[in-house]
Ligand binder design. Structure first.
Ligand code: PHE
Length: 330
């Protein structure tokens, strides 16, 4: 074996490498998995005594390192001849480098972040909730009992029936989750995806983003609600004309819809109202002591107005030309 090793050593040293093909032949000749000279030597080690194995093992390992060093040396040498035509470099140094594109924040995220900032300024806490909900949090606790016709207002995607598990139809379920765990006073904002089985059109989609805010304390009144909505709208749009139109939601009483005056027409942007005493009772808050307001607003709707867009689908078809326009808005 000793003689063999000596010959191999010389062979490694003298092996003439000029092209990449030579380099590859060299690598396979010594380290190839099936018939590499060193690979075979390692195999042979198994057949000799432990004592010799240790000594030769070390030597063969050194040879392996020698081969690897030589490969590395030629790999990092730029003037290795690439092929017979004599191309000098293994890369073309004149090709421009790969540029890294800087992305932009999605317009819906921009509005989301703005709304969060607006509400953190007036002492609201931001909380999150699950998109998969049970019937109680999404409907029953919000004063929408089974078979109540108001369930039809939100055509629901059920994931499983009995017990009913569904994709939340609104962020109001977060109110319930939060109020069950905390005692008033509190001001809470949450923003997230909600799902309704609606036909996709320029104004609606089966999924949209909703911001929900609620404030529970002693002596909270409708004028607090009006002032808060006014503050949100003016923070987003500057000076804007808004109106409160009487409406119905099972979980608020009285309830209103807020419209904003835009391009000489009134556009509905949010629902709101005073939290129904039944809802407070469902989460063990005494409605004789506490009152509060809640509102829900669609982020896509707001965004259409802010960016003067006509079609909600533009937010979801990932057209890079549209998204690039928001690069500056960090
Ligand atoms: N959850 C209502 C909806 O999705 C909006 C809303 C929230 C209305 C809070 C009143 C109070 O339609």
């Amino acid at each position: 074996m000793y003689q063999k090793i000596d010959e191999i050593k010389k062979y490694i040293k003298c092996f003439n490498i000029q092209t990449y093909d030579d380099l590859e032949t060299f690598r396979i000749k010594f380290l190839g998995k099936k018939r590499g000279i060193l690979t075979n030597l390692f195999k042979e080690l198994k057949e000799i005594s432990i004592y010799k194995r240790k000594i030769y093992g070390k030597i063969i390992n050194e040879l392996k390192k020698e081969v690897q060093r030589k490969i590395f040396h030629y790999q990092s040498k730029n003037d290795i001849i690439k092929n017979e035509k004599g191309l000098k470099h293994d890369y073309d140094p004149t090709i421009p480098g790969k540029s890294i594109e800087i992305g932009s924040i999605h317009p819906l995220s921009i509005i989301k972040n703005r709304i969060i900032e607006i509400f953190l300024n007036i002492g609201f806490t931001y909380v999150d909730g699950p998109e998969i909900e049970d019937d109680w949090h999404n409907f029953t606790a919000l004063n929408i009992p089974i078979h109540h016709p108001s369930r039809d207002m939100q055509d629901t995607f059920f994931l499983c029936k009995n017990p009913d598990i569904l994709l939340r139809t609104h962020t109001s379920s977060i109110q319930i989750r939060y109020m069950k765990k905390h005692r008033p006073p509190f001001r809470v904002l949450s923003i997230g995806k909600v799902y309704r089985n609606e036909t996709i059109s320029s104004r609606s989609n089966f999924m949209f983003h909703q911001a929900e805010g609620f404030f529970i304390d002693k002596k909270v009144s409708f004028s607090d609600l009006k002032q808060t909505v006014h503050y949100l709208i003016t923070s987003l749009f500057g000076k804007a004309k808004i109106r409160f139109r009487p409406s119905y939601f099972p979980f608020t009483e009285p309830s209103a819809e807020v419209d904003i005056h835009c391009n000489s027409e009134w556009l509905e942007i949010m629902g709101c109202g005073m939290v129904d005493p039944e809802v407070l009772k469902n989460v063990d808050i005494n409605p004789e002591v506490y009152s509060g307001f809640a509102f829900g607003v669609g982020i896509e709707r707001l965004s259409l107005m802010i960016y003067d867009m006509k079609d909600i689908r533009i937010y979801f078809n990932n057209d890079i030309r549209f998204l690039r326009q928001f690069k500056s808005e960090f």
